[in-house]
Design a protein around this ligand. Structure first.
Ligand SMILES: Cc1ncc(COP(=O)(O)O)c(C=O)c1O
Length: 420
């Protein structure tokens, strides 16, 4: 039952409904959230989440680092720290970024509580209500949630198999400018994009940076997956080509473990100074304990070898997914990711991934509907399939179950068409 004053059953239960700030309007739980609670049951083959397979990380590598930190620097690890992050870790982060062609100064690195928090800080620094954020279509769902919570509008620029399309970016910028809109930044996941698995080609990186520079638009390069390539190394980070116009986000979540909640921003110096202040205002300091453990891990473990192990593991899972798709879902189309965690699937005409999800969960398989990755309702014909967490056998079984649902929907679609 709903009251006249309050909009829905949920708000009806919340006596503080009228007290929330206007910016929380974008913080509504999606309708698929309840289904995902069911989808986390072990009998469900979940191709929905983006959880890294942390069990592939030898526990002694982490416990050894924790022991040494506590023995040698215990009181420091347990104390508040610097708002910019532990200096030694910031130096080590330079070695990680060097693998993607980035040369930088540790003074320009700010450690954050995961790159998710970096997105929040950047949004806080740059976005006023009504500002426009340019983003790939589709784009990382929780970045969209952050931008919307600062009352920004999202403008999705399309991609093809080489990533964001530069001519489309030009057109969108021109159209928005003609309409008098203020564009603050382009948010991009150029390498093994979440959710599409696509990578921006080397030549397009140059073009996109040129377009951004010409138009005075910052580029936010979010790069959690760049080191998780399966064959050739991807093009170098966009930040390696432009140190003034790019804010680069990195994280240890996918190459080590998300439980530490440690990521970082590399920003032009003036922006970095503001980020440190915003970081202090939000969390005082990122976790000293996590940072020192990661620093010790990087100093003492073969972290490059561990990333190689992750690459082999995810490559095997990607291959399991692609071969299962070929076998069971020949009527669909999908991207072939050269790294990362995700395949983006396009359903046959007339099928709707969001409408289909309850039926999929009945068949004990879960995925993320494509609409989650657009702010404008687009993506109904698509879904994101993750291959990072389930075993290759379970991935195969998940795709087999999915094919049962898709075939049943196709039969229904055709029956309707015959009736009409
Ligand atoms: C594109 C992208 N950005 C940011 C994040 C957040 O990562 P973190 O764990 O560092 O907060 C994720 C996590 O899945 C992601 O896929």
């Amino acid at each position: 039952m709903t009251s006249g004053r309050l909009g829905s059953d949920t708000t009806n239960l919340d006596p503080w409904h009228d007290s929330y700030a206007a910016r929380t309007a974008g913080l509504s739980a999606s309708e698929v959230r309840a289904l995902f609670a069911v989808a986390s049951r072990p009998e469900v083959a979940s191709l929905a989440g983006g959880m890294p397979f942390v069990s592939a990380l030898p526990p002694e590598l982490v416990s050894g680092a924790i022991d040494r930190v506590m023995r040698e620097q215990g009181p420091v690890a347990l104390q508040y720290g610097s708002g910019q992050g532990v200096p030694k870790l910031r130096e080590q982060i330079l070695d990680v970024m060097a693998l993607e062609g980035i040369r930088a100064n540790a003074d320009d690195v700010v450690v954050t509580t995961g790159s998710q928090h970096a997105l929040e800080l950047i949004a806080k620094l740059f976005l006023d209500p009504g500002d426009v954020v340019l983003a790939e279509g589709p784009s990382y769902v929780t970045a969209l949630v952050v931008f919307k919570s600062f009352q920004a509008a999202i403008d999705h620029v399309p991609m093809d198999e080489h990533g964001l399309i530069p001519s489309a970016l030009r057109e969108h910028i021109a159209r928005l400018r003609a309409a008098g809109r203020r564009m603050k930044f382009l948010y991009t996941v150029p390498t093994f994009n979440n959710p599409a698995g696509l990578t921006l080609s080397a030549q397009r990186r140059v073009e996109v940076l040129e377009i951004a520079r010409e138009n005075g638009i910052l580029v936010i390069e979010d790069n959690p997956y760049g080191l998780l390539y399966f064959e050739d190394q991807p093009p170098q980070a966009m930040r390696s080509l432009d140190s003034d116009g790019v804010i680069y986000l990195g994280t240890f979540s996918k190459t080590l473990a998300p439980g530490f909640r440690v990521g970082w921003v590399l920003a032009p110096t003036a922006i970095k100074d503001k980020l440190v202040l915003a970081n202090e205002a939000a969390v005082l300091s990122p976790s000293n304990f996590s940072q020192l453990v990661i620093s010790e891990y990087l100093a003492s473990a073969d972290w490059r070898g561990q990333i190689d192990t992750f690459r082999g593991l995810y490559r095997e899972r990607r291959d399991a997914m692609l071969s299962a798709l070929e076998e069971y879902l020949p009527g669909c189309e999908w991207t072939v990711p050269a790294g990362g965690f995700y395949v983006w699937l396009t359903l046959p005409e007339g099928l709707d991934s969001r409408a289909m999800l309850p039926r999929a969960i009945e068949q004990l398989v879960a995925y993320t509907p494509g609409t989650a990755f657009y702010s404008d309702g687009d993506g109904a014909a698509n879904m994101r399939l993750s291959f990072c967490y389930p075993t290759p056998e379970f991935i195969r079984e998940g795709v087999r179950r999915l094919s049962i649902v898709v075939n049943a929907e196709l039969a229904l679609r055709d029956a309707h068409a015959n009736l009409a």
